[in-house]
Ligand binder design. Structure first.
Ligand code: NAD
Length: 496
């Protein structure tokens, strides 16, 4: 069955009638067909969102009325948690328990922003002392308008929800364009939104490819804000498109995040967090701790334990019992990752374990958990985001050296540090040039806390209050409070 687009409160076929297959990466079989929207559909969706914003059918509601709708969406997601998780696993390949986390988080995200919208509306009005008592100055926050949201395939529903929930809570209307590699759970989100009864045009979904649907969305003159998550290469194009209309952008891009392990760490705890940091979600995680730096004294022992444990990881289809590593999302991504491994042979890096197809899994895009050590600092695998289950490990001697190596990257999304010395951890956290730092752990992500990167990893923050502010404009409203006290041109009061 082919999915449909959701525009102006109705499910419709794409105007050009195109579609593309949804492929199960565990079996390489086509299991569904996805509607391929193009520029005409984007235009219809943006116009619907524009009208819905401009006539106030959404922004004109009270925060608690909007929150009520968002809570219904949260309930709708929760009621379908198991089938949405199963669909995510089939479309993306991730282990089912991880898909269940994602879907649960998506529901919680709607609830969180419903609460925040109400709390903000109930809070006091912000006033500023401008140093001149004749003027009364207030700061109002208003929805930014029509949002274009473009998202990747690694957390297909959740990355969409990180934008949709705060944007709607803030009073914006939105057009969501998910990744063509995994569009199906976002299509289900449209059904849930529809069932929750949101006014037509407030939420719109156009599935399609980057060039055919994504690019026209970023170019559309009626869009006020572009919220993008994806690669640096596409992020650059999005920013260029936004510059034509001076539209604001929020960019959540790639990473090559370091994990610094000091010698006083418990080796098994370090191995556990390194494994989680790089192999959960198959390493297809923007914040994956893909560069590990281990203090010299612990380096040989840690590598030995890491290889032992990596080799024990159960690999297979995401819905099989006990699987911790599913297939890479698609044939093209598989080829991309294998290309990195091929070129790594010439780099001088030492392959410790992995790097090939697991035994007995001849179909599906599987790769064994891969560990490289002694990686030259100019090697492509050390510098570039691979976005797969591949980790590079190097050693260091001193805290300064660890920080120099960790910060020597164009990226700055996340970083992690492990040591029993918490003062040292804080010192390192302060000097890491990254938007997120984990101490004695890796990857925990909270709806309540800001998420985003330094340097080429992006602009702006999602989640938490910052994620809500992303969708607000700031307005200064200044009132002159004294009759007849200005008089620059016309004499007033006593001078008259
Ligand atoms: P991608 O850049 O290839 O695609 C992302 C989205 O952009 C897709 O929907 C795609 O269709 C669309 N797109 C492609 N070309 C476009 C164009 N010219 N104009 C507009 N849209 C276009 O990224 P991907 O492969 O889907 O996702 C992986 C990347 O996402 C990785 O680099 C990863 O680090 C990053 N990511 C970042 C975060 C974060 O929070 N920082 C989270 C998840 C993923």
């Amino acid at each position: 069955m082919t999915t449909q687009l959701y525009i102006d409160g109705a499910f419709v076929a794409p105007k050009a009638g195109g579609s593309f297959p949804a492929v199960d990466p565990a079996t390489e079989e086509v299991f569904d067909t996805v509607a391929a929207g193009t520029a005409d559909d984007i235009d219809a969706a943006v116009r619907a969102a524009r009208t819905a914003f401009d006539d106030g059918r959404w922004s004109g509601l009270s925060a608690s009325a909007r929150a009520g709708f968002l809570r219904k969406v949260a309930e709708g997601i929760r009621a379908r948690l198991s089938d949405l998780a199963a669909l995510e696993t089939r479309d993306n390949g991730k282990p089912l328990p991880e898909a269940e986390w994602d879907i649960g988080d998506a529901a919680d995200c709607f609830d969180y922003y419903a609460d925040l919208a109400e709390a903000r509306a109930a809070g006091p009005e912000t006033t500023v002392d401008v140093g001149d008592e004749r003027f009364d100055t207030r700061i109002w926050r208003e929805p930014v308008g029509v949002v274009a949201a473009i998202t990747p395939w690694n957390f297909p529903l959740l990355m969409g929800v990180w934008k949709v929930a705060p944007a709607l809570a803030a009073g914006c209307t939105i057009v969501l364009k998910p990744s063509e590699l995994c569009s199906l759970t976002c299509h289900e989100l449209a059904r849930i939104v529809d069932a929750a009864g949101l006014p037509a045009g407030v939420f719109n979904l156009v599935t399609g490819t980057g060039p055919e649907a994504g690019a026209p969305l970023t170019d559309h003159p009626l869009v006020d804000k572009i919220a993008f998550t994806g690669s640096v290469v596409t992020g650059r194009k999005v920013m260029q498109a936004a510059s034509a209309g001076i539209r604001t952008v929020a960019l959540e891009l790639g990473g090559k995040s370091p994990f610094i392990v000091f010698a006083d760490s418990d080796v098994d705890k370090a191995v556990e967090w390194i494994l989680f940091g790089i192999f959960w979600n198959k390493g297809e995680v923007c914040s994956a701790t893909s560069r590990v730096l281990v203090q010299r004294e612990l380096y040989p022992r840690l590598l030995e334990r890491l290889a032992e444990e990596a080799e024990k990881i159960t690999i297979g289809p995401g819905d099989a019992e006990g699987v911790k590593l599913g297939p890479i999302v698609s044939c093209s991504q598989y080829d991309k990752v294998m290309g990195f491994l091929e070129r790594a042979r010439q780099s001088g890096a030492r392959l410790v374990t992995g790097g090939g197809r697991p035994e007995g899994l001849d179909t599906g895009y599987y790769l064994t958990p891969t560990v490289y050590a002694d990686v030259p600092l100019d090697a492509e695998i050390w510098r570039e985001e691979i976005f797969g289950p591949v980790v590079c490990v190097n050693s260091f001697e001193t805290e300064d050296e660890a920080l120099r190596l960790a910060n020597d990257s164009p990226y700055g999304l996340a970083g992690a540090v492990m040591s029993k010395d918490l003062d040292r951890c804080d010192r390192v956290a302060a000097r890491l040039r990254a938007g997120i730092v984990w101490i004695n752990c890796s990857q925990p992500t909270f709806t309540q806390a800001p998420w985003g990167g330094y340097k080429s990893s992006g602009i702006g923050r999602e989640l938490g209050e910052a994620g809500f502010d992303n969708y607000l404009e700031t307005k200064q409203v200044t009132r002159f409070d004294r009759d007849g006290e200005w008089g620059w041109y016309l004499p007033t009061g006593d001078q008259a």
